[in-house]
Design a protein around this ligand. Structure first.
Ligand SMILES: [Fe+2]
Length: 285
């Protein structure tokens, strides 16, 4: 696919691209926004380099992809309540977003797209891994695809199967973030297909993770968990993934409908600050 208003450099054979030559404050350039939307569909993750965005400017750019969603477990900025800071201070040991997941699948209408803007990044480390869940689905055997097509997953915010503690324990240790409401995490539960169809491309993708999928409908947790674990390990196959190196001024958009991501916690002693805003609530089908 070719682009006139931007330069896209792919990050790997699996997914992801860096975008150069664009200014996300240029709202009047309809062709640019059309091409960014196309690039997001083509690459599933786009990291727009060299931006300088205030919180309001990030929101205004994100809005061109859809209306903002609330994140239930962190306090938002006073003037943009849907936008949350993701901060790890030098003394912190835990980070936010570690472990493979798609964002907030326990909501009835999870956000189709997440935007993350890098304010401050460590000199080394703090990269994010992404994986292509369409490819993960397509690379399953026909037998397994038949087995899981039409299966409904029960998605929970409890982080029950997270190694090292549930959401309340985990978030209590993320000291530098304005975490809130985690005592209610168990109440956030939704049912979605574990093979979902992308509404814009028609492509099927795996939608299932050890972080959030408790079990399959009409199956016990004991029966479901080995399959969830196998699908999760399959999704992390290196050929489906890319690794994004952040720098201040990188604004990344990713498509939660066909990817998972994993924030690597390898920068103890350094500070990292990002701003997160999700958009376009959409019921998975
Ligand atoms: Fe995330």
């Amino acid at each position: 696919m070719s682009y006139k208003t931007l330069e896209a450099r792919s990050l790997s054979g699996g997914l992801g691209a860096e975008i150069y030559g664009t200014n996300l404050k240029d709202h009047g350039n309809a062709e640019l926004w059309d091409e960014l939307q196309r690039a997001l569909l083509e690459f599933k993750v786009i990291a727009v380099r060299g931006q300088s965005l205030s919180p309001i400017e990030q929101r205004d750019a994100a809005r061109l992809f859809g209306e903002p969603n609330y994140y239930p477990f962190a306090q938002g900025l006073p003037d943009i309540p849907q936008m949350t800071l993701v901060v790890k201070e030098p003394h912190d040991r835990r980070n936010f977003g570690n472990g493979w997941h798609s964002d907030t699948p326990y909501l009835a209408e999870p956000p189709a797209i997440t935007t993350l803007y890098a304010v401050e990044t460590p000199a080394r480390g703090g990269d994010t891994l992404f994986t292509n869940m369409q490819m993960a689905y397509e690379e399953l055997s026909t037998g397994l695809r038949q087995l899981i097509n039409g299966v409904t997953g029960v998605f929970s915010a409890s982080l029950k199967y997270r190694p090292g503690g549930n959401r309340q324990e985990h978030h209590a240790k993320i000291k530098s973030m304005p975490v809130t409401n985690t005592e209610n995490a168990d109440r956030y539960e939704s049912r979605h297909p574990i093979v979902r169809t992308h509404p814009q491309t028609g492509d099927k993708a795996l939608y299932c993770s050890m972080a959030h999928t408790l079990h399959f409908e009409h199956m016990t947790e004991r029966e479901s968990q080995p399959i969830i674990k196998m699908l999760y390990e399959h999704a992390a196959t290196p050929e489906f993934t890319c690794r994004l190196r952040w720098e201040p001024g990188t604004m990344t958009f990713w498509d939660n409908r066909c990817t998972m991501h994993n924030a690597i916690n390898d920068y103890h002693g350094a500070r990292r600050e990002m701003r997160r805003l999700t958009v376009r609530p959409e019921k998975p089908v």
